[in-house]
Design a protein around this ligand. Sequence first.
Ligand SMILES: C[S@@+](CC[C@H](N)C(=O)[O-])C[C@H]1O[C@@H](n2cnc3c(N)ncnc32)[C@H](O)[C@@H]1O
Length: 261
Amino acid sequence: MTTTDLTVRYSRRVALRHERLYGHGYQGPGAEGVFAELTDRLDLRSGLRLLDIGSGLGGDSFRLAERHGLTVVGLDAAPDMTAVCVERAAEQALSGVSFVTGDVRTTELLAPDAFDVLWTRDCGAFVPPADKLPAWQRLYDALRPGGQVLVTDYCLGPQGASAEFAAKMAAWGQYMLTPDAYGAMLGEAGFVDVVVEDRSVHLMESMLEGRRLLLDERDSFLEEMTAQEYDGLLDRWDRKIGFCARGELVWMVLTARRAQS
Ligand SMILES: C[S@@+](CC[C@H](N)C(=O)[O-])C[C@H]1O[C@@H](n2cnc3c(N)ncnc32)[C@H](O)[C@@H]1O
């Protein structure tokens, strides 16, 4: 997706609408149990410098700074996302977390050894195929030796994409890899101990909960949007649930690290 497309897709209005379905601060699976499962995979200690790439509405950035004492920088290409996060950080007078508008492909934040942890949730699929490996090579250089990586992302199931799914991916501006190809790409970028796991169960639970909310709170949603927009949102959720149920859409968790030397 181009930065202009992301500005539209992740406008304040659209993101706040989706946040109602995913949970406060999130544009994807944001349940407490999911967050705990992800943080349990890393060795997080107070004072570590973490870059949250594609931080969205900041759910993880805030939790990581508040609960784990990390110094977090949230990076997002969509200006509305960082604006909402800056407002929320100011309302809560939070320290240890800051937000920067920028594209992972070009940001100047990626100075050598600038971070101890790279954390990115459901962002990589938006990066076009030719830019993915170069982006991870830049991220590798920005991670200090011994540093840790956690990725969740939308991926293609092993049987590939049906014509319907391929068309939707194109419409959503996403370019998905299989988890194995994703892992191999991080290996090619230089990372070691790369482990990928299919945790689609979390995406499915999150989408089903969002669908339940859409139906239970229909009248309230219709106060904020037209009937056509409501139907479009329900259709989007139903399609994603269907793709996930058929195994075409996989929600991957990946961990890796940069070798000590
Ligand atoms: C699906 S949302 C996930 C947001 C958040 N990580 C979460 O889990 O709630 C993807 C986010 O990645 C951002 N994004 C997409 N491509 C990006 C890029 N090239 N550089 C930085 N951010 C990007 C989008 O603007 C969006 O906020």
